[in-house]
Design a protein around this ligand. Structure first.
Ligand code: ZN
Length: 292
């Protein structure tokens, strides 16, 4: 009888674990630059970003969900679904449309929700500049969730990385969006801001190395939308095409990929990187081709 139960336990364990994939890295970092259109890559150096493009895989054609506005696009990146499901059809303190589903925290499930549920021992963080990011995260599922001024973000992120060595951390800047609105997209000021943001990315990567976890990390760098003239929200490719760059442990050195990608595929790709089971209400695809 005892043997029978042992056999059942083994079969159940095997079936349960077969639902999940292999975890590709112990640490994953998502760095976001709000308003970074792919069009700018013809006109900037951005050495830290380009080093990741060379080491890993990328597309410059990841499309926004519509409208090409911040909250809808960050929401889809975290929530693995389109705006019709997440309810984030525009910026706001609450989703303008009733979400198709909410979890026990009252939020459409995000990548942070999945990590908390399926990897309860993990350490997660989100450091962000724009307050509009907060309702898109599932804050209760995050250990360290803080809004900071842009000049403090890189140093605070570096500190946290070295102290805690988080499993998952998102660092979201609200630029170059500001400079896009004030000085204009596709301007010298916009390009100068991208170079500055690249230097913050370099600081964060240096901290990952100092923490001794670089070889066991995946780094993703991406954006919510681009812009044209002094704004965004429309349907031009300058507004709708953003970079998605992924490099690190178990990521191919594959260069530019041709698979199509939408914002919600970001969450699916992060979930695959952690070997997480994706919930039914998520809609999208993992960029599985980037994994070794
Ligand atoms: Zn934005």
């Amino acid at each position: 009888m005892k043997r029978y139960f042992l056999l059942v336990a083994i079969v159940v364990a095997a079936l349960t674990s077969s639902c999940e994939g292999k975890r590709q890295a112990e640490h994953i970092f998502l760095i976001g630059f709000d308003g970074w259109g792919s069009y700018c890559m013809d006109s900037v150096e951005m050495p830290a970003t380009r080093a990741l493009m060379e080491q890993g895989c990328y597309t410059l054609k990841k499309r926004t969900v519509l409208p090409s506005v911040s909250a809808p696009n960050w929401a889809s990146m975290f929530m693995g679904a389109t705006t019709e499901l997440t309810g984030w059809t525009d910026n706001g303190e609450r989703a303008p449309l009733e979400p198709a589903y909410v979890n026990e925290n009252g939020v459409f499930p995000t990548i942070f929700s999945l990590i908390r549920e399926q990897m309860p021992e993990s350490k997660t963080a989100c450091i962000f500049e724009w307050g509009g990011i907060r309702p898109l995260l599932d804050e209760k599922a995050i250990d360290h969730c803080v809004q900071l001024k842009p000049e403090d973000i890189a140093a605070a992120s570096a500190d946290y990385i070295k102290k805690v060595k988080p499993d998952f951390m998102a660092v979201i800047y609200d630029d170059p969006d500001h400079v896009g609105h004030s000085k204009g997209h596709d301007t010298a000021e916009y390009y100068a801001r991208m170079e500055e943001l690249d230097s913050y990315l370099a600081e964060i990567i240096a901290a990952i190395k100092e923490a001794g976890i670089y070889d066991d990390s995946i780094i993703v760098v991406t954006s919510d939308h681009g812009g044209i003239g002094h704004g965004h929200g429309g349907q031009s490719m300058m507004e709708m095409e953003t970079p998605f760059i992924i490099a690190g442990k178990n990521i191919k050195q594959g260069g530019e990929f041709s698979e199509v990608m939408l914002q919600q595929d970001t969450a699916h790709t992060l979930a695959e990187a952690f070997g997480l089971k994706v919930p039914q209400m998520w809609s999208g695809n993992s960029m599985s081709q980037v994994f070794d």
